[in-house]
Design a binder for this molecule. Structure first.
Ligand code: RRO
Length: 302
């Protein structure tokens, strides 16, 4: 069974990618699991300068999901280039750096620092973080602003650029179309969905950052529709994810139009989950009568 896939110019040995923010900088999970078996890893989003992130608690479990309010804690792009990327040299997975900024120029500066860095295969432009005051979702909700950021990044790097979008945008397909026409190679869908949890007795928010981003099985139907809508609107390669828990979920995202899938929250329950899904993929594809992973992409029959 051919489980390989492609994201525009990038060839992946399989479609399973660790989602940004859930596999650190691609080095930490090696303590418990073998990321080399994955198609790719999207590193934690980095900013121009390091950030401390939001106050604790930063995680709250909900029914069928999880809220996070990490607040973009990260080491900064220079530390990523100097300390992390050299250590990833020789790894068996495709490496995608994720970037976030407060202004369009800041995104462009971060991208230009990444240009020419070792091991990088692509850049994810995160214009959909729900947990920052400036940039983040503000940028990704507006087609013109999102397109401006993506264009500035594309002008600063020769690497393929994937725009990470949120369903919190009022017209997500319009944002997808706008970033497509400003040079994005592909889309990364979806970021977590803004939400909150409250302790009524104490009349306090459960998260230190007050609000957070919802992920996990609760958002899977929403994410599937986003992939389907944006794939149809743009025809761009899509990294699809949101609540993927098992190999059947992976097949659903491929049929909706994703060429690869990003999985994160499931790994908090079980760090070996990604490897289990990679192992289960050939038999699962065979069971639905597919000869390859690629054949399933966007194959929804209406
Ligand atoms: O760090 C975070 O709080 C965070 C980010 Br940058 C993001 O893009 N999505 C998310 O759920 N959390």
């Amino acid at each position: 069974m051919d489980v390989s896939t492609s994201l525009g110019p990038i060839q992946l040995k399989n479609p399973v990618i660790a989602a940004s923010g859930t596999a650190g900088y691609g080095l930490e999970p090696a303590v418990v699991t073998d990321l080399d078996l994955l198609g790719g890893v999207i590193l934690k989003s980095v900013t121009l300068e390091p950030r401390k992130g939001n106050p604790c608690p930063r995680i709250w479990e909900t029914s069928s999901g999880m809220l996070n309010s990490v607040g973009l804690e990260n080491m900064g792009v220079r530390a990523l280039v100097e300390e992390v990327l050299p250590a990833l040299e020789g790894c068996g997975f495709k490496v995608v750096a994720s970037i976030a900024g407060e202004t369009r120029d800041e995104y462009a500066r971060i991208a230009s620092i990444l240009e020419g860095a070792p091991v990088l295969d692509a850049i994810e432009v995160n214009v959909s973080c729900p947990n920052v005051e400036r940039g983040g979702l503000q940028f990704g909700s507006d087609p013109v602003t999102a397109a401006g950021v993506v264009k500035a990044v594309c002008q600063s790097v020769s690497l393929p650029v994937f725009a990470k979008l949120s369903v919190a945008a009022s017209d997500m397909a319009a944002v997808a179309e706008a970033v497509a026409s400003s040079g994005a190679t592909g889309l990364s869908l979806v970021n977590t969905i803004p939400g909150m949890a409250i302790d009524a007795r104490r009349r306090r928010p459960r998260l230190g950052g007050v609000t957070g981003g919802l992920s996990g099985p609760a958002i899977k139907p929403v994410a599937l529709k986003a992939v389907w809508d944006c794939y149809r609107a743009t025809g761009l390669p899509v990294i699809g994810g949101g609540g993927i828990h098992d190999v059947d979920d992976v097949l659903e995202f491929l049929v909706a139009g994703a060429s690869a899938v990003s999985i994160g929250t499931a790994c908090f329950l079980d760090p070996w989950r990604l490897l289990g899904i990679v192992e289960a993929l050939p038999a699962a594809l065979e069971e639905v009568g597919a000869l390859s992973a690629g054949e399933l992409v966007g194959s929804l029959r209406i």
